[in-house]
Design a protein around this ligand. Structure first.
Ligand SMILES: CC(C)(COP(=O)(O)OP(=O)(O)OC[C@H]1O[C@@H](n2cnc3c(N)ncnc32)[C@H](O)[C@@H]1OP(=O)(O)O)[C@@H](O)C(=O)NCCC(=O)NCCS
Length: 183
């Protein structure tokens, strides 16, 4: 719908500025689902998962090869896992995942490519994803596991409303904290 703003320039002249609010506006940071047919999407996630500054904190092992990564994606998305890419000023900057649906819980995970670390994008990604999850979580609690010594991740999760519930030791002897999103 078109609109107008009247600005009083001086006592004699009133200027009418017309504007159109149907010009498409694109936010500079947004989420979109990964497109498995888009090699750049697949390669970005592979590069991020394999990066030492990311791989050291992930719960599973990084993919051994691009083929293994592609096979893993095909076996999971979208049947049991949703993956979103964070697009910042036109560039792929991170990814987040929603997976392991049970009756009571759904798990999430986040990673920002180290080129974009400490710019607030992890926080922005979580704030974009959490309302998305609301559409299909159907009463499930949103949970995640994180190593307690992963300071940026812990700060991020607590900032967006996750609360620590318990800790456990995984099969490799690594301590993991379980966080739950407070409603
Ligand atoms: C965790 C991660 C997603 C955070 O992304 P990010 O875009 O760098 O985070 P943000 O810039 O939004 O910062 C989040 C908080 O961490 C803090 N932080 C960021 N980098 C930090 C660093 N190097 N050291 C200490 N704190 C840091 C920020 O100050 C902020 O806290 P504040 O708001 O209280 O100041 C990112 O570090 C990452 O991808 N790490 C590797 C993968 C990973 O650990 N994933 C989580 C596994 S459970």
């Amino acid at each position: 719908m078109a609109g107008e703003v009247k600005t009083q320039q001086n006592q004699d002249l009133t200027m009418v500025v017309h504007f159109k609010d149907d010009i498409p506006w694109t936010p500079t940071t947004q989420l979109r689902q990964i497109d498995l047919a888009d090699e750049a999407d697949v390669a970005f996630m592979y590069e991020t998962r394999r990066h030492p500054k990311v791989a050291q904190w992930l719960l599973g092992n990084p993919p051994a090869s691009m083929d293994a990564h592609r096979q893993w994606l095909k076996s999971k998305v979208p049947a049991s896992r949703l993956i979103y890419l964070l697009i910042h000023e036109g560039q792929r900057a991170g990814y987040c995942q929603v997976y392991d649906f049970t009756k009571e819980t759904v798990e999430v995970g986040f990673a920002v490519h180290p080129r974009f670390h400490s710019m607030g994008l992890g926080t922005e990604m979580a704030n974009l994803l959490l309302p998305e999850i609301g559409k299909f979580r159907a009463g499930r609690k949103v949970i995640l596991y994180v190593r307690p010594d992963n300071i940026p991740a812990v700060r991020l999760y607590e900032k967006v409303g996750f609360v620590k519930i318990s800790t456990k030791t995984d099969e490799n002897g690594v301590t993991l904290a379980l966080y739950e999103k407070a409603d």
